[in-house]
Design a protein around this ligand. Sequence first.
Ligand SMILES: [Zn+2]
Length: 412
Amino acid sequence: MKTNEFFWFILVANVGMYLLDTLANRLNLRALKPEIPTEFEGIYDRDEYRRFLNYTAATARFERIGATWDLVILLVFWLVGGFDWVDRIARSVHGGFITTGLLYLGALYFGKWLLNLPFEVYDTFRIEERFGFNKTTPAIFAGDQVKSLLLSALLGGALLALILGILQHGGSAAWLYAWAAASVLLVAMVYAAPALILPLFNKMTPLEDGELRQAIMACASRLGFPLTEISVMDGSRRSTKANAFFTGMGRTKRVVLFDTLIKNHTTDELVAVLAHEIGHYKLRHIIKHIAGAIVNIGIFLFLAQWIIHRHGLYAAFGVAHPSIYVGLALFLVIYGPLSRILGILRGAQSRKHEFAADRFAAENTGLPHALGDALKKLSRNNLGNLSPHPLHVILYHSHPPVLARVRELEKI
Ligand SMILES: [Zn+2]
């Protein structure tokens, strides 16, 4: 381990990010209000509000334990020379460059997955269970884990093999070729994933004809939105938490509603939620979001190519044989803290988009109150934080706090 500039930068960045997260977490707990906000009187009763306070405290505590575990594992693995040790094992197989690279990165990914598994289990079967959210059985949970591992191996493996090959042979413009390839795959995934991957985890059924279906179709056609299909997803198989989203490309759009959402909301509220989602589409937020992700990938690959050719990086991790795949793994340790800065910018853009979509829905349906009620009920149903600390919002939130959204809607 050479204590060079890479060593100190990575150490300070990772520990610094951990301390910042801890601070945000503390401030967030302190920002909880002991009394029910006036907007939520009638939505929350005293017992339910107490449950919300306890849930927020329990998840915050658990999140800190998980983050501490992650940091300790990284530091121990790094300082005992783990990155070089796994490389020696991967090289001992004597495969080609791509095979060795996939073995190396696959082993690191699997190790991290295994070390985080107890946390997933505890979160699902202890915390979510205690607060009445969990509907997942051990069999569904195990099936989900196996399916996601296989998908990561298949899709992640293919993408990694491609990127490794390009970075190895592409010369000084390799990051540009890799960027083009990764962007094409990203766009393909955005459009194909709902049709190909979602059915592996959930069952979709068409929404039966009736008042709700007609109201949604009428709203979509009034807003000039090419809605062709309304599906109900069996979200209740895993959790009582609710959601809705759009999928599809070009002129055929499908909306997916969680069965848990339909159960808890009136027709007006569901139409208002739908109009909010249509707002994202009409205001071109989805395209902007994908463009943002593509810019992110470009920055990632540009920096990756620049850094993986520096010998100091390998020395800082005690790695004897510099290679593209080890460099990529080490770069990820640096990129973690850096990506958080990009995350803050994207979060700010996303929160702006949420306000804009709320406004679009309220103005185009004439149902600002129904949307406000839907947001309040969703927040209560999912025990969302009503008064997060501003630092917490800046660092992590893709959506504005529900009270801010409700207050904006009341002005319309
Ligand atoms: Zn939204």
